[in-house]
Design a protein around this ligand. Structure first.
Ligand SMILES: Cc1cc2nc3c(=O)[nH]c(=O)nc-3n(C[C@H](O)[C@H](O)[C@H](O)COP(=O)(O)OP(=O)(O)OC[C@H]3O[C@@H](n4cnc5c(N)ncnc54)[C@H](O)[C@@H]3O)c2cc1C
Length: 432
């Protein structure tokens, strides 16, 4: 029987492991932290659990839904109709539905028509390759004018990509719009949440894999990986030494370059080095009073030091968190930015005047708990013609595969696509 080692136990690694074990393969998972789940990890709060990073799935997320179904946990996914808001210099508005667009005052009527026409045009595009060579900025300005770009799209691109906002491919925005519009209803967006937090799903996958005979090595520090004859050998700092036919790496590219230096071609290394990321710094505020009526609030005022607020308790009832409101303040930035290194208290201090601009009743005295988490490789920066720069999952060296967020395109990264790519790599191995 073929033996496979998967490095990294986020949802890409877990999905790959499940597909391989379901097909009778022998799989070992190596995870450097003390938990599996990667970016889906949770913390304990008020006798419950909650995600470090705000989390929901869409109705169109067929790979997540299939995974949940295959574990007989369909009834654990609940759907919620949520409201989206948009805070601009002119104030806070509901957004995301046709009626809210008509009521959106900062945009003159003629621009609403332009926005709507361009939106429909994007929805009618079938082949993203036709638009991957143009930036989202150029495409939007050409198809809906500068005002629509500056009032709606530019702040969103800034909030995800900062200074790289004018380099983002239209193919990325196309993928994002198609995903979000597929979950829309007239009265708001329908989003799914796993009962008791997504860590329950991670636990179920963990139990399933263990039952199938998969070994999961936590706190595992791989010291070296090398090839002897046609076999891959993994040695860990903990003294483990094991032999494999295939290796799948799901960890950030720079770590893969370090581990597999000897086995990568110059072109593969170049592709991995070329991809840049924004990092995420997420502040979670637990507080006594609610903040707004919106689950998801985009910040369209680029003078703000953060890009979005997700009021989790406008989707999941407060009673699950000791009757407290849960606010995620989302900030995509660069590791070199000063804010990346601020403590949670310093970050809150920076954000308070802006939170008060949105809701003048916001009072820090109502805060009962504060948490902050950061993710260095949070969002790949997808520039024009990315299909030419994207790394293949099967590498030149026999038996070596790399599968990460950087290979999700033209869709935006998300657990649905992590699961899809994990399965795709497993299928490539099964064909061997
Ligand atoms: C703020 C934020 C919010 C998000 N919200 C959503 C959402 O609402 N819905 C959604 O679908 N997606 C969301 N995403 C995206 C989603 O979380 C990711 O696309 C997905 O989790 C990526 O999974 P992965 O397995 O590819 O990577 P990761 O989750 O990063 O997993 C990689 C794993 O490898 C481990 N690792 C790293 N280096 C090593 C090493 N050297 N040796 C061994 N192990 C190693 C890591 O510890 C980690 O466990 C969000 C992301 C962020 C940052």
């Amino acid at each position: 029987m073929k033996k496979i080692a998967i490095i990294g136990a986020g949802y890409t690694g877990l999905s790959c492991a499940k597909h391989l074990t379901d097909n009778g393969m022998e799989v070992d998972l190596y995870e450097k932290t003390n938990q599996i789940g990667g970016m889906v990890k949770c913390i304990d709060v008020f006798n419950n659990r909650i995600e470090k990073y705000y989390r929901h799935i869409f109705k169109s997320d067929k790979y997540v839904l299939e995974l949940i179904r295959s574990l007989n946990k369909e009834s654990s996914i609940k759907w919620y109709t949520t409201k989206m808001g948009y805070y601009s210099k002119e104030g806070l508005y509901e957004f995301g539905t046709p009626i809210s667009l008509l009521k959106y005052k900062p945009l003159p009527f003629i621009d609403k028509i332009r926005f709507g026409k361009a939106y429909l045009k994007i929805k009618l595009i079938k082949d993203y390759k036709k638009i991957e060579n143009v930036t989202a900025e150029d495409w939007i300005i050409k198809n809906s004018g500068k005002n629509v770009y500056e009032k709606i799209w530019e702040p969103l691109l800034i909030s995800k990509f900062g200074k790289a906002k004018d380099q983002i491919s239209m193919a990325w925005l196309w993928g994002k719009i198609n995903l979000r519009s597929s979950s829309g209803k007239l009265e708001g967006e329908s989003l799914g949440y796993y009962e008791g937090s997504f860590s329950r799903l991670t636990d179920t996958i963990n139990d399933y894999l263990i039952e199938k005979g998969c070994n999961i090595f936590l706190n595992s520090n791989i010291q070296q990986i090398y090839k002897e004859d046609s076999k891959w050998i993994i040695e860990t700092e903990e003294g483990l030494k094991k032999e494999y036919d295939f290796i799948v790496s799901t960890i950030p590219y720079n770590s893969s370059i370090d581990l597999f230096k000897k086995y990568l071609t110059e072109e593969e290394k170049q592709k991995m080095k070329t991809l840049e990321y924004t990092s995420a710094k997420i502040l979670i505020i637990f507080m006594k009073k609610s903040f707004s009526n919106f689950y998801w609030m985009n910040i369209g005022d680029s003078s703000f030091p953060f890009g979005g607020i997700m009021e989790h308790t406008n989707m999941i009832d407060k009673s699950n968190y000791g009757d407290n409101t849960v606010l995620y303040i989302s900030n995509y930035l660069y590791k070199s930015d000063d804010e990346y290194n601020l403590s949670k208290e310093e970050l809150l201090k920076l954000y308070i005047p802006y939170l008060k601009k949105i809701n003048s009743n916001f009072d820090e005295k109502d805060i009962v708990r504060l948490e902050c988490f950061e993710e260095e490789y949070a969002q790949p920066i997808i520039k024009t013609n990315y299909s030419k720069d994207m790394l293949d999952e099967k590498l030149n060296e026999e038996g070596l595969y790399i599968c990460t967020m950087g290979q999700i395109y033209p869709e935006d990264r998300g657990i649905n696509y992590a699961i899809r790519e994990g399965i795709n790599v497993a299928k490539l191995i099964l064909k061997k």
